[in-house]
Design a protein around this ligand. Structure first.
Ligand code: SF4
Length: 142
């Protein structure tokens, strides 16, 4: 039996893109955590520092060592990089360059539930683009 060829770089990118935008990913149509908290991080995560990724122009200074995503340091936080309607269909315009706090929140965790409450969304129920209703207990593999 012939060995299968490894996927090309393009195929890998397509597989990753599919995974990120999978209809089973409850975050695709939520975005509540991008519109609930001040997203604060060490300045060197910005592209002003060598190796930094997050676009500096999308951030505000909070002092010599700290920056935050623009739009999140207000009474009604909403990140400048968030596109779409919270609770309906959203996406992060800088997903591969988002700062560390954005990597930390997981669907169904304490921050997720707090953010959903803040945005008037049901805390424990998530809807995906297939129209299926999922509860918090079904978000992670057993
Ligand atoms: S950078 Fe992206 S993931 Fe992070 S808060 Fe903004 S929109 Fe959300």
């Amino acid at each position: 039996m012939a060995a299968a060829n490894p996927p090309s770089s393009l195929q890998c990118l397509l597989i990753m893109s599919d995974a990120l935008h999978s209809t089973s990913n409850p975050c695709v149509n939520c975005g509540a955590c991008c519109a609930a908290f001040r997203v604060t991080f060490y300045w060197a995560e910005t592209d002003s520092a060598e190796g930094g990724l997050t676009p500096t122009g999308l951030t505000n200074s909070l002092g010599p060592m700290t920056r935050c995503m623009k739009g999140t340091d207000t009474y009604s936080p909403r990140c400048i990089a968030l596109e779409g309607e919270v609770g309906a269909a959203t996406r992060c315009l800088i997903y591969p360059q988002r700062p560390s706090p954005c990597h930390a929140v997981e669907a169904g965790d304490e921050f997720c539930r707090k953010a959903r409450r803040h945005n008037g969304l049901p805390e424990d129920v998530f809807y995906d683009l297939t129209g299926a209703t999922r509860t918090r207990n079904t978000l992670r593999p057993e």
